[in-house]
Design a protein around this ligand. Structure first.
Ligand SMILES: Cc1ncc(COP(=O)(O)O)c(C=O)c1O
Length: 395
């Protein structure tokens, strides 16, 4: 049985007519740059994320870059972040001339570890140079935001959430004793999303969005995304061409309406994998550690809460590379996110940020493997896949 890592055609088949109607209407409108599709999508995303504003941009990378530009982060400033994420998180920091400061991850969630952040911030000369904290909500589960927000507030610096993989994921916060679920991207100064096709809300090309509760920040971003243009050919700052494409917005406006259902299907697939790995004796045997949805417990039974949106379902395994090759040879799509942590990347080998020891990120880079988790994946496929993994370990 062939099992792809992601099957975009299977998803398209369920919404083809809606998508084609939206694309055709946009094509017929001749309005390809900005315009009503973008405005509508920004409104829809702001409502979905429960934020004051949303600003469409050209990609998740540009969402991060424009946010750091709007915050005035620049040469020799420090930005605290995780070493275990996609390159764009670090790339955007370096592109504004700042330096990343890496803090190791929690081995269970793979997200930045707030205790290790606190330990690092006890160095007051480092804390003084810090201009932002940039946590990533990796694989679709929020980083532990409450302590990060508190530490950032104490330092009076902003938190920029890299929520590229986590649109719609929620984080439990106690507000005046009551539990509130806060959406990824809505907790810091801003949140950055990617609509790369493999994301839970994926376009048919590149796209991104920044959400924020500050109208002033949104206004600054709207200027930065059009070369700093405040009125025609009058440039107040140096920005970029960071516009979201109107056809992408049309596609995404359709897909957003299906997102909650797709998140739920991914969660259901994750629950089935967890059970299958247990049944196969792979968890007890120490061959496979399944991912933990750490906020699940706070979601009372029956609550329809997106505590994890499983953009990726990532297991930790023994003998990872051999297992990956074994599955790929059998046309089972698996992938390693990420084989080289950011502090080990060649392009920063001369920087101070590379001279750190981050054992949890390094271990995760050697041991993790992402399995297919897309909503249309069938239970037969999942059973087959787990059986193949069982056969690998218990030959
Ligand atoms: C964590 C993270 N940050 C940033 C990005 C960049 O997004 P994009 O590919 O839309 O530029 C991605 C996307 O792959 C990502 O996964």
């Amino acid at each position: 049985m062939k099992i792809p890592l992601l099957d975009l055609k299977a998803q398209l088949d369920t919404i083809r007519d809606e998508i084609m109607a939206a694309v055709t209407a946009t094509v017929d409108s001749s309005c390809y740059i900005m315009g009503p599709q973008i405005e509508q999508f920004e409104k829809n995303v702001a409502a979905y994320c429960r934020t004051q504003a949303a600003v469409g941009v050209s990609s998740g990378t540009d969402a991060l870059l424009a946010s750091l530009m709007a915050l005035g982060v620049g040469r020799d400033d420090l930005v605290l972040t995780t070493p275990y994420t996609f390159f764009a998180t670090m790339g955007s920091i370096l592109r504004v001339g700042a330096q990343p400061v890496f803090v190791d991850i929690d081995p269970v969630t793979y997200n930045i570890d707030p205790d290790k952040v606190a330990a690092l911030l006890s160095d007051s000369s480092l804390a003084a140079k810090l201009k932002a904290i940039l946590p990533v909500h990796l694989f679709g589960q929020c980083a532990d935001m409450a302590p990060l927000l508190k530490m950032a507030a104490d330092l009076d610096i902003p938190v920029v959430e890299d929520a590229a993989q986590a649109i719609g994921a929620v984080y439990p916060m106690k507000v005046e004793g009551a539990l509130e679920w806060h959406k990824a991207g809505s907790m810091g100064r801003c949140g950055c999303f990617s609509f790369f096709p493999s994301k839970n809300l994926g376009g048919m090309g590149d796209g991104g969005m920044i959400v924020t509760n500050s109208e002033k920040f949104a206004a600054d971003l709207r200027i930065i995304r059009v070369h700093g243009d405040i009125s025609k050919y009058d440039h107040s700052v140096v920005g970029g061409n960071f516009r979201l494409d109107a056809i992408q917005a049309a596609v995404l406006n359709v897909k957003l309406q299906h997102l909650h259902k797709w998140h739920a299907a991914r969660r259901q697939n994750a629950t089935l994998y967890n059970a299958l790995f247990k049944e196969a004796g792979l968890v007890e045997g120490g061959y496979v550690a399944t991912p933990e949805a750490v906020y699940q417990e706070q979601a009372v039974a029956g609550d329809d809460v997106d505590y994890h949106i499983y953009n990726q379902y990532v297991i930790r395994v023994k003998n990872r590379n051999a297992l990956r090759d074994y599955l790929l040879e059998q046309s089972i799509g698996v992938a390693v996110y990420y084989p080289i942590p950011l502090h080990k990347q060649k392009c920063i080998s001369g920087l101070k940020a590379s001279r750190v020891c981050l054992p949890e990120a390094e271990k995760a880079a050697e041991e993790t493997l992402a399995l297919p988790i897309y909503p249309e994946l069938t239970s037969e496929m999942q059973e087959f896949l787990v059986e193949r993994i069982r056969a690998f370990y218990k030959k």
